[in-house]
Design a binder for this molecule. Structure first.
Ligand code: COD
Ligand code: ZN
Length: 366
């Protein structure tokens, strides 16, 4: 079949909307009609050449849709089922899948530019197109692994389902699964965009009492107050590390999070943590932009420095929990999504992200 998709041919050039050939789903795969796709900075890292994949590629790793057709052997979903798309597909057999860490599936990572069997479904002429995260949801249709599909309620709007597919699970999961924030503690979040806002609301959910939003964009700081922030700090206007110490009684925060992706912001999150505090890194800095962490101080101050990928989540279990938290009013996804776009307007959507428009943008028309 044909599908209209946004293609990245070369870093630092606009995405090109065009029609591609999409193969039928193979064994263990599913054809999904995409319902919504989020505008996440992680895709931008590829567009800006800060992260690398084989080109041409169809990006889009935050999505939802409705199952249109299933391949041989698929049992967990059927045509007509609404699904949240997981940007990690688990093989179910590797060390990580079998020990409760399917977000780190070896086979998924080893086949990062193809489907799980090492082949492609998207083509034009003799050219294969990389399906980013095996989802490629900047497209009308996508063929995904069955294990990328997390069934969701039919009354869950597609835009809410899409954001649960990345920024909600990544952000809330960083708090509850990775850092394991305790009630009554202090939290600082460096970078308060789509993912950071969910770290903030995850911290509120976990019972943190002082929740400090740190961002260079005043609009983002103001917006963050709706998502649980109790204080805001702008590093471009004040000594942010000193201000966080001041807010936390001279100690530094119990938990800090880096949610932008640069060496400088990793250092900032590290320095904002108190002795014995936990520093959780969500963002990935561009190649070569390494943070400088003092190993002596790491020991003497007993800080814990940890990375988290996809909210350290078990996707099939945690995503339905996010749905439940939204549907019972504990997670605010209604205000999180601030703008919607047509697929044709995807380059403007990324301009808006880089201009500092607050909240999450979502493609709703394909
Ligand atoms: N200090 C504080 N805040 C800053 C600074 C700074 N120096 N520079 C920018 N910011 C703020 C921006 O103003 C913005 O508000 C925020 O940081 C970033 O928000 P968004 O909406 O642009 O980005 P997100 O939330 O969509 O993505 C953030 C990630 C950290 C997920 C992303 O950048 C990243 O590093 N992704 C790679 C990790 C990954 O692949 N994760 C899985 C899929 S998300
Ligand atoms: Zn994302």
């Amino acid at each position: 079949m044909k599908t209209k998709a946004a293609v990245l041919y070369e870093a630092n050039t606009p995405l090109v909307i065009e029609e591609l050939d999409l193969d039928d789903p193979k064994e263990g795969e599913v054809l999904v009609k995409i319902g919504a796709a989020g505008i996440c900075r992680s895709d931008w890292h590829f567009m800006a050449g800060e992260a690398k994949t084989a080109l041409p590629a169809v990006l889009g790793h935050e999505g939802s849709g409705v199952v249109a057709e299933v391949g041989r052997g698929v049992t967990s979903v059927k045509p007509g089922d609404p699904v949240i798309l997981s940007f990690v597909s688990r093989c179910g057999r590797c060390h990580f899948c079998t020990t409760g860490k399917p977000n780190l599936c070896d086979l998924h990572m080893a086949t990062s530019t193809t489907m799980l069997d090492g082949t492609h479904r998207l083509h034009k002429g003799s050219t294969n197109y990389t399906p980013l995260s095996k989802l490629a949801c900047f497209s009308q249709y996508s063929v995904t692994p069955e294990t990328a599909c997390v069934p969701c309620p039919t009354d869950l709007p597609m835009d809410k389902a899409a954001v649960i597919g990345c920024c909600v699970t990544t952000g809330v999961g960083a708090v509850v699964n990775a850092a394991e924030v305790k009630p009554g503690t202090t939290v600082a979040v460096v970078g308060c965009g789509g993912v950071g806002l969910n770290v903030l609301q995850g911290a509120r959910l976990a019972g943190a009492t002082r929740i400090i939003a740190v961002d260079i964009n005043e609009g983002a700081l103001e917006f963050a107050m709706q998502f649980g922030a109790t204080h805001s700090v702008n590093p471009s206007q004040q000594d942010a590390e000193a201000r966080v110490r001041e807010i936390t009684g001279g100690l530094g925060a119990d938990y800090t999070f880096e949610v932008f992706g640069s060496g400088k912001t990793v250092e900032m999150a590290y320095n904002m943590a108190r002795k014995g505090g936990t520093v959780t890194i969500v963002g990935i800095p561009p190649d070569g932009d390494d943070p400088s962490i003092d190993a002596v101080a790491l020991v003497r101050q007993e800080k814990t420095l940890k990375g988290t990928y996809y909210g350290s989540a078990q996707l099939q279990v945690d995503m339905p929990r996010m749905v439940e938290l939204y549907q019972t009013g504990r997670l605010n996804l209604d205000d999180l999504i601030t703008r919607s776009y047509r697929l044709e307007d995807i380059n403007e959507a990324y301009q808006d992200l880089n201009r500092g428009e607050v909240g999450r943008g979502v493609i709703m028309e394909f």
